[in-house]
Write a protein that binds this ligand. Structure first.
Ligand SMILES: Nc1ncnc2c1ncn2[C@@H]1O[C@H](COP(=O)(O)OP(=O)(O)OP(=O)(O)O)[C@@H](O)[C@H]1O
Ligand SMILES: [Mg+2]
Length: 272
């Protein structure tokens, strides 16, 4: 049979249309499905029949008033909280409700909490190295090909998070924004397909916030990002689709303009 060469599958250029590296099946587009998720704490419904879909490669922002259930939603996705009812799928076939936190993380979901948690006494380089998935015995052979490729990967990550010139600096001496980027870099070392970021720009300077917007936009496409944020300027800058949560379910969803003009959204959140 004649081999057809030089014809690229146009879909191979995007995250959609194949089974991605981590084994997550995104052949139908979505990377995350939440359906009718409910979570109660002592009778109080933190999530109330929440349904939400995120497409592969998307950069989705989740907004909503305090107590709307945004962090609880992330707790459900990452296995920290088990829902009382509903389904949560990673791609087509990975049922997250049957997995524990470490299993979910190794399936390809990385989560960043609000406070940076880096190893303060270790350098930027060492923090990234510690976060890497690798065979520790490689370390013994400093000049091996594997070691060289590890160094390359760490360097590429430092470039992405703009910390190359801080490589040898103890993480404890970095600014708040730099610590946040370092932690994002540590997540990236695990090669996640889906990144969950809870209020990533809280406490950042305007300059740091602007740089974070650029970083997130560059990360989307190859991966999917779900970002919870109260900073509306930042959300407007990065998101194509915004989901508004209120009292544990979706109040509105769409582009920033539509969400901003939505009467209910103004009433419960933006207009306050
Ligand atoms: N472990 C828990 N035990 C009891 N109640 C909880 C628990 N976790 C969350 N809640 C409650 O569930 C509701 C939703 O909280 P959640 O933290 O998800 O809100 P949020 O949208 O992230 O708010 P914020 O914008 O303030 O971070 C709140 O009323 C909160 O007090
Ligand atoms: Mg929260």
């Amino acid at each position: 049979m004649q081999e057809i060469s030089g014809i690229k599958n146009p879909r191979s250029q995007t995250a959609i249309g194949h089974v991605a590296k981590g084994g997550v099946d995104i052949s139908h587009g979505p990377i995350l499905y939440l359906e009718d998720i409910s979570v109660s704490f002592d009778g109080f419904k933190a999530l109330n029949d929440l349904s939400l879909t995120v497409d592969a490669g998307e950069l989705r922002c989740i907004i909503g008033p305090n107590g709307a259930g945004k962090t609880t939603m992330m707790d459900v996705i990452t296995g920290k909280t088990k829902p009382d009812s509903g389904t949560v799928f990673f791609g087509q076939s990975i049922d997250l409700s049957r997995m524990n936190e470490p299993q979910i993380a190794s399936a390809g979901i990385g989560r960043k909490f609000q406070k940076p948690t880096v190893f303060e006494n270790h350098s930027v380089f060492e923090n990234l190295e510690l976060a890497m998935k690798y065979d520790k015995s490689v370390l013994k052979n400093l000049f091996s090909k594997r070691r060289q490729s590890q160094i390359k990967k760490i360097t590429e990550t430092m470039e992405m998070i703009d910390l190359v010139d801080q490589a040898d600096r103890p993480a404890g001496l970095l600014s708040h924004g730099q610590k946040q980027w370092l932690e994002i870099g540590m997540l990236l070392m695990q090669e996640p397909q889906l990144l969950l970021l809870d209020e990533p720009v809280a406490g950042m300077t305007d300059d740091e916030t602007e740089k974070t917007a650029k970083l997130f936009k560059s990360l989307a496409g190859d991966r999917s990002l779900v970002v919870v944020e109260h900073d509306m300027e930042f959300v407007a800058e990065i998101a194509s689709t915004v989901t508004v949560l209120h009292e544990g379910s979706v109040l509105a969803e769409g582009c920033m303009e539509d969400v901003h003009a939505n009467e209910r959204v103004i009433e419960v959140y933006l207009g306050r």
